[in-house]
Design a protein around this ligand. Structure first.
Ligand SMILES: C[S@@+](CC[C@H](N)C(=O)[O-])C[C@H]1O[C@@H](n2cnc3c(N)ncnc32)[C@H](O)[C@@H]1O
Length: 353
């Protein structure tokens, strides 16, 4: 009997023929293989993919050349199985799976990349307009453009926290803060990481109503009094009044003015709980300084161009960079200043250290 991983049989053939010449080809192979469930199939039980044998073979060979699959010829048949990389990060059943992030990238980000030149040429408009017909002001209308896409996008964001949430949260000492609000908290994955590291903390996940409802439906939360939810628009509606506000991957979506507005509102919400905290001006001052110190390498530069054209962010500083996570620590009255602590998500997730 074939081993559980030796699942997909195709006619014998020569060495892998597709040799991707660049990132685009690699990305497309990876996205297609995820979309078709190749890695899930090879991780689970014998089954057929719903594509013709020749195309399947080409795709599988491409995955072999990208070191996502192993291939072996047994009894004149080619047998494919997942590499460790694919088992760990691409098969949906893996606790470290990044499949939803890849599918979101394929269905949304990649389409926007395809309109980069037009977006640059049409200053003031974004790729979302070209890709989905939605203007930049309605950024999240484009991302949450259908019932199916909303959970896909939020799951995609969750994937990164599943990988590095505990390490990111551990980059700060949040123990002095029993009441935390994760503003624009999406799936609540970071909230869960906080509660797990700080058993004494209560975390409120705040987001627009549709996302909060969807998160409650699709993601499980500890059934205790430590998890709260707050629905609303963080630019307009009243905010929870925590001791600490987390803004993870939120500010990069908005213009400098909107970020300042949000930071001031956040500050005021926290100030209610800590009346002695000094003026909100610090928030405005700290933002550009923060971004400046995080100017990055070529890849980040490329990402900034995309962000600048897809999102409203990127206009925050003259030399834009994606601020991945901010924790606003607003209760440090001892220091006499408003404190903003930040962590660069990719640095925190880097497996090298
Ligand atoms: C890039 S996502 C980051 C989500 C989450 N913080 C994370 O790191 O996974 C930005 C989040 O902000 C939320 N958001 C966008 N506009 C908002 C608004 N006006 N009011 C409240 N939340 C908003 C989105 O729904 C989304 O969950």
């Amino acid at each position: 009997m074939a081993s559980p991983s030796a699942l997909l049989w195709v006619p014998p053939r020569g060495p892998p023929s597709l040799s991707p010449s660049g990132c685009v080809h690699r990305g497309m192979v990876l996205f297609a293989a995820c979309e078709l469930g190749v890695f899930d199939l090879l991780a689970a039980v014998a089954a057929r993919l719903g594509v013709s044998s020749r195309e399947t073979e080409l795709l599988l060979d491409a995955c072999v050349s990208l070191k996502l699959l192993h291939v072996e010829v047994r009894r004149e048949k080619a047998v494919y199985e997942n590499t460790e990389l694919a088992s760990t990060y691409l098969a949906r059943a893996s606790p470290k799976s990044q499949q939803d992030m890849l599918l979101y990238t394929a269905r949304t980000t990649f389409l926007c990349w395809g309109h980069l030149a037009a977006a640059v040429r049409w200053t003031g408009r974004t790729s979302y307009l070209k890709a989905f017909g939605v203007p930049s002001e309605d950024l999240f209308t484009a991302i949450y453009r259908s019932e199916g896409e909303t959970p896909q996008a939020v799951r995609g964001l969750q994937d990164e926290w599943r990988l590095g949430g505990p390490r990111v949260v551990a980059a700060f000492d949040l123990s002095p803060f029993p009441l935390i609000c994760d503003l624009g908290g999406g799936s609540g994955a970071l909230a869960k990481a906080c509660m797990s590291l700080y058993p004494g903390s209560q975390v409120t996940v705040s987001d627009i109503a549709d996302v909060v409802q969807m998160a409650k439906r699709h993601f499980s939360f500890p059934e205790d009094e430590r998890t709260g939810f707050c629905e609303g628009d963080f630019f307009k509606d009243s905010l929870p009044e925590p001791g600490l506000c987390i803004l993870a991957r939120v500010l990069r979506d908005w213009t400098g003015d909107k970020c300042s507005h949000l930071l001031v509102r956040t500050y005021q919400a926290c100030k209610t709980r800590s009346p002695g905290t000094p003026g909100a001006e610090c928030a405005k001052m700290d933002l550009p300084r923060l971004c400046k110190c995080m100017q990055g390498d070529v890849c980040e530069g490329a990402e900034s161009v995309l962000f600048g054209t897809m999102h409203q962010g990127g206009t925050v500083t003259p030399s834009p960079c994606p601020v991945e996570m901010l924790v606003m620590k607003l209760l440090e009255t001892a220091y006499g200043v408003l404190q903003i602590h930040c962590v660069h998500l990719w640095a925190a997730l880097c497996p090298c250290d």
